[in-house]
Design a protein. Structure first.
Length: 320
């Protein structure tokens, strides 16, 4: 009987996923689990790394060419989730390494989270709770904006963007969107200019891919266009918003507030961002729910089984 393929995990994984890897691939947390993203080092590191045939990572941690080079037996890189922007797919392709991801497995959870941030910001859940704790009940009962009938702008009309749009329709929101090109079957009006979309929106939700193509897509001009009554919500990647521009816009009251599940240089959030009363920050967990974790586990196991079973890997990434 041949030995089980060795799997190396470079990200923190749910217990159910670790257990599944133990059962199917003899995964050893003391040897194969590197949740900080580092590769083993020391005298016997090269020998250990030479037997790794699969890596589990995600879009944030990724896997660059240098780390791939330290894994001579590597055959497959699995992103635990939809994002894979920091996996060097070109380097993988040159070596014939398969790269997979799990699109759609956490999309509904992310869409729910985006709406939670919108409601919490507009209705002022966090500052109003603090006001009540301080005994300021009567003084804190002013009118707050709501979502019903408001204008929603979505950046990125992919799986998550479409689920956000579906939820928005339940609030009778008008919908606009921006992306590389319009979609004939997408709800709402396409805006080729992000500045124009921001100007037309009360809430601007970022649900696009990360990576160089969208780095600082939301800059000061976009935030100024959103305006003093507008909110920006980011459930995409921290790099999509220019953090300095966001801080300046908040300080100048050019926007009403921000809901951020992701930030640049995670987890090091600027103190001024955390201290701002009209900013909500969650720790990059919009896609995390029991259901999404199970779906991501199942997608990971399916990709590994297909690859090592000599089958076509359904969730393989196409390299352009």
């Amino acid at each position: 009987m041949s030995a089980q393929p060795r799997v190396l995990a470079l990200i923190a994984l749910p217990d159910a996923t670790l257990e599944a890897l133990r059962n199917h691939y003899g995964f050893d947390c003391t040897r194969d689990y590197r949740p900080d993203g580092s590769l083993p080092d020391g005298d016997d590191a090269a020998s250990m790394l030479s037997t790794v045939r699969a890596v589990v990572t995600n879009g944030s941690t990724g896997l660059d060419e240098a780390r791939m080079a330290a894994l001579p037996a590597l055959e497959i890189v699995c992103a635990f989730g939809a994002g894979y922007e920091n996996v060097d797919t070109a380097a993988a392709a040159r070596r014939g390494i398969v790269v997979t991801h799990a699109p759609g497995t956490n999309a509904a959870t992310v869409a729910d989270h985006a709406f939670g941030l919108m409601l919490a910001l507009a209705r002022g859940y966090a500052p109003l709770t603090e006001a009540v704790r301080r005994g300021q009940w009567p003084a804190s009962r002013g009118a707050r904006p709501t979502l019903t009938g408001a204008a929603l702008g979505i950046v990125g009309m992919g799986r998550i963007g479409r689920l956000i749009a579906t939820r928005a329709q339940g609030f009778q929101m008008s919908i606009g969107y921006h992306g590389r090109a319009p979609h004939a079957d997408a709800p709402g009006r396409y805006h080729a200019s992000l500045v124009e979309l921001a100007h037309a929106s009360d809430f601007l939700v970022l649900a696009c891919n990360g990576g160089p193509a969208t780095r600082h897509l939301v800059d000061r001009a976009v935030l100024r266009a959103l305006g003093p009554h507008g909110y920006v919500i980011n459930v995409a990647r921290g790099s999509v918003i220019d953090t300095s521009a966001l801080l300046d816009a908040l300080e100048a009251r050019e926007i009403a507030g921000a809901g951020l599940d992701v930030i640049e240089d995670e987890p090091n959030a600027p103190p001024a961002l955390l201290a701002h009363p009209d900013v909500l920050v969650t720790p990059h967990m919009a896609g995390r729910s029991p259901a999404s974790w199970l779906a991501q586990r199942d997608a990971l196991l399916a990709s590994l089984a297909q690859h090592f079973g000599g089958e076509r890997v359904e969730r393989a990434v196409s390299v352009r």
